[in-house]
Design a protein around this ligand. Structure first.
Ligand code: HEC
Length: 154
């Protein structure tokens, strides 16, 4: 019995070591000429909030934490990034059609208003992403007024 238990632990450890060789590609582009911040004059406080709460999953640049490099955590994080970027990638802003840009700003505003973004597991591990009422309001206000601006072509 004891030998079986030891064998199981050993297998578990070997398994953990082996999965480390299967890592997703990191989301760390160095050059992003089409990024929202390069294309649009975003106020500093708004860009700081977007960086704090959204861009890890909605741009080509994730700020990884030290433990994100270990599987299976790295797989979990990568799923969010891949799925998040599929829905909205602010590094592609310059390549988006104007109607998609307007929709993106409207959606961002809506997701924050509904409390759906940033996602709960992310807030748990990233205290800075837990936006205060005031910070959320600021993002809602900016995304809404910016989409209006795009709509009216001002
Ligand atoms: C930890 C990763 C992560 C963070 C951080 C994050 N998102 Fe997301 N986001 C996702 C994923 C995954 C999806 C797709 C699945 C879903 O809708 O839940 C998504 C979907 C979206 C969508 C599309 C929703 C729809 O159904 O149309 C919008 C808009 C969005 N996020 C905005 C934001 C905004 C704004 C922030 C910051 C306040 C943010 N997200 C932070 C992962 C993230």
């Amino acid at each position: 019995m004891r030998t079986a238990f030891r064998l199981l632990i050993l297998l578990f450890i070997v398994g953990l070591v082996v999965i480390q060789f299967f890592q997703p590609e990191k989301n760390t582009a160095t050059d992003s000429p089409n990024h929202l911040f390069k294309q649009v004059d975003v106020p500093d406080d708004v860009s700081a909030l977007l960086k704090q709460a959204c861009l890890d999953c909605h741009s080509n640049q994730t700020q990884y934490l030290w433990y994100h490099q270990f599987a299976p955590v790295s797989w979990f994080i990568n799923d969010h990034i891949v799925e998040g970027k599929e829905e909205l990638n602010l590094s592609n802003w310059g390549n988006m059609e104007i109607l998609d840009q307007i929709a993106a700003m409207e959606d961002m505003s809506k997701e924050i208003r509904n409390g759906k973004m940033p996602i709960a597991s992310y807030k748990l591990m990233h205290p800075k992403a837990r936006l205060s009422e005031q910070e959320s309001q600021r993002l809602i206000e900016w995304t809404s007024s910016f989409s209006e601006k795009l709509l009216t072509g001002e």
